[in-house]
Ligand binder design. Sequence first.
Ligand SMILES: [Zn+2]
Length: 140
Amino acid sequence: MLNYSDEELVAYLEESLPLEKAADLEKRLRSPESDENKALLDRLQQLILTRDSGTHTIGEIWKRHRLSCPTREDLGRYILEAMSDEESTYIKIHIEVTECDVCRSNLDDLLHATLQANQAAINDRRGRYFQSSVGRLKKQ
Ligand SMILES: [Zn+2]
């Protein structure tokens, strides 16, 4: 099991920890049932407190995107690519690296709904086009 220095934990918060390490760390933070993982989480929270001191930058991003799941709205914006690269990277990591099942199925669900909505819009356009063609034919 990997061990983490304070520097590495800070690097994690600053998004500069190598991806494999970040993924390992994140997996452990997501299962605080083990004492070892709980200790890591405590250290990380302590670091956030001492580093952030009131500003909501790293701590907020971390809370919003790392340990807690993104909201359905966030996932929707992720699909539509209506978010910053930074945000979409968090979600990508959350889903693809930490393999959060909840968000995966949410995302599948949303993708499906988006595809259906697109298809409906296409059908609608087709329908209107067809009708206007019929209208033109009738007039002739
Ligand atoms: Zn999730």
